[in-house]
Ligand binder design. Structure first.
Ligand code: ZN
Ligand code: ZN
Ligand code: ZN
Ligand code: ZN
Length: 173
């Protein structure tokens, strides 16, 4: 794998970042590299090897070795935290919007659809109800953070969803 610097230079010169041949596209791999990579991937899956680049260990954890699966899990976790932090910064931070609540714990925070139309919205953007929280964050970002959601802790959000309002919404702290 070429270094990040080499890849950036190749990209700037219109070459494939991976192999260096002329490449008009902006992706990390030219068509040739992509086809080759796919073939390697399929061959590894066939032989029960870890699909991570350059790894020849046995795939014991869903097409990967334990180490690469763990790497991937951490990468996804970081990515998730990044988009989450970005979203909450846009909507006033990790602070429950319920007037009666003082919760500021990020782990308890959810994005509440202000008009209680979250289910409908999720179906519209995802085609089904059971989609991960990430897709909605990227959707909000693509649409320049529309004011249709607000940060709300899981307790208040649950109460609002089930009873129309949070029972402690009228308590002023
Ligand atoms: Zn290439
Ligand atoms: Zn591996
Ligand atoms: Zn709350
Ligand atoms: Zn509340």
């Amino acid at each position: 794998m070429p270094t990040a610097l080499v890849r950036a230079q190749r990209r700037a010169n219109g070459k494939c970042p991976t192999c260096g041949r002329d490449w008009g596209g902006t992706t990390n791999r030219c068509d040739f590299c992509l086809t080759k990579r796919r073939a390697v991937y399929e061959d590894k899956v066939l032989h029960g090897l870890c699909v991570a680049d350059g790894c020849q260990r046995e795939a014991t954890h869903d097409k990967m070795c334990q180490e690469h699966r763990e790497d991937m899990r951490l990468r996804e976790q970081r990515k998730h935290k990044k988009i989450r932090d970005e979203a909450y910064a846009q909507y006033g931070g990790y602070r429950c919007a319920c007037p009666g609540c003082t919760c500021t714990t990020p782990e308890f925070m959810q994005l509440d659809h202000i008009n209680n139309d979250g289910g409908k919205h999720r179906r519209e953007i995802g085609g089904c109800q059971q989609i991960g929280g990430n897709r909605i964050l990227y959707w909000l970002k693509r649409h320049k953070w529309p004011k249709i959601v607000q940060p709300m802790c899981a307790n208040c959000n649950f109460a609002k969803g089930h009873y129309g309002a949070c029972p402690h919404a009228n308590i002023v702290h």
